[in-house]
Design a protein around this ligand. Structure first.
Ligand code: NAP
Length: 276
């Protein structure tokens, strides 16, 4: 394959879904450009001079939303002008019901809908890998995960399922103007999820239920910017209200198989040393 063959630009190619998507596409022989600030292809939302070089030769884009909503439409326009004919945009489940927890995702959805080319939107539940590769890992290692969630369950979705869905949508026809809600196969409370991880690792880990006020105070004390704290507050309020609690059928509709279960995720992550 020559390097100037049409390629798929995977944004956030170092992230939880992007990294897996790059691997999945390359395993089927696709020419992939993995883009981010520290990735193989340099792309930085805050440096528009990096956008055009990153887009060179790309016919399709896996789009992750910018934090700044003002950037999404400009990027999508530039991408279409440089030859991109298809977008698969990762967004958040509940974005219509929960309100303004991510203006960037709202803007990215709107930009691809108006792009004039093929688009598909993926609206995802919380990733299982948040427990092992992101914000909930260190609290688990410290033996205490504290969140403002009670009995409302969450059908955590495996990032590999998102990658598999995105790979299919980026490489096969028939998904234009579709919005897929992606979740795992069953909803679990955070307390149950933590108990499963504690059992698999043999570590004593407690789930602690916080009030929204206590959660905001903890995040601010950790040094998170106030706007991020507000966004998390809005997101958890929507989760407590049950907007994300029902399992969704997007993985089955696209892949024709059930999503990976949280048990499988925990076993694999524990075996890979995620909490060692
Ligand atoms: N995590 C979830 O449960 C979840 C659920 C639904 C939707 N989402 C959405 O999925 C997206 C990814 O979130 P995530 O939390 O899972 O993070 P992630 O993809 O695991 O990591 C963030 C990625 O973005 C890249 N990045 C960060 N700042 C950037 C910038 N200024 N320019 C270009 N690339 C940048 C990082 O790479 P470099 O550091 O190399 O730049 C990294 O690859 C977000 O839009 C999020 O809202 C997440």
């Amino acid at each position: 394959m020559t390097t100037d063959a049409p390629s798929i630009l995977v944004m956030a190619g170092t992230g939880k879904t992007g990294r897996r998507l790059v691997r999945t596409l390359r395993a089927t022989g696709r020419h992939v450009r993995a883009a981010s600030r520290s990735g193989e292809v340099r792309f930085d939302w805050s440096r528009p001079a990096t956008w055009q070089p990153a887009l060179a030769g790309a016919s399709a884009v896996y789009l992750l939303a910018p934090e700044d909503p003002a950037l999404a439409a400009d990027f999508v326009t530039q991408a279409v002008d440089s030859g991109v004919g298809r977008f698969v945009a990762l967004s958040g489940r509940g974005i219509d019901q929960i309100g303004d927890f991510s203006p960037g995702m709202v803007a990215a959805e709107e930009a691809v809908r108006k792009s004039g080319v093929q688009w598909t939107i993926l609206r995802s539940n919380n990733f299982s890998q948040n427990f092992s590769e992101d914000m909930w890992r260190q609290p688990l290692l410290d033996g205490r995960l504290a969140l403002p969630m009670g009995a409302t369950p969450e059908p955590f979705v495996d990032a590999q399922d998102i990658a598999d869905v995105a790979a299919t949508l980026l490489t096969s026809p028939g998904h234009h103007e579709q919005v897929y809600d992606l979740s795992g196969p069953r909803a679990l409370t955070f307390a149950a999820a933590v108990a499963m991880i504690a059992e698999a690792t043999g570590r004593p880990i407690r789930y602690v239920q916080l009030t929204p006020e206590q959660y905001r105070a903890e995040l601010l004390a950790e040094g998170l910017p106030p706007e991020v704290v507000t966004a998390m507050d809005v997101l958890f309020a929507g989760m407590r209200a049950g907007h994300l609690a029902e399992p969704a059928d997007g993985v089955r509709r696209v892949l024709g198989r059930d999503p990976l279960d949280f048990d499988t995720y925990v076993a694999r992550a524990a075996a890979a040393g995620a909490w060692s």
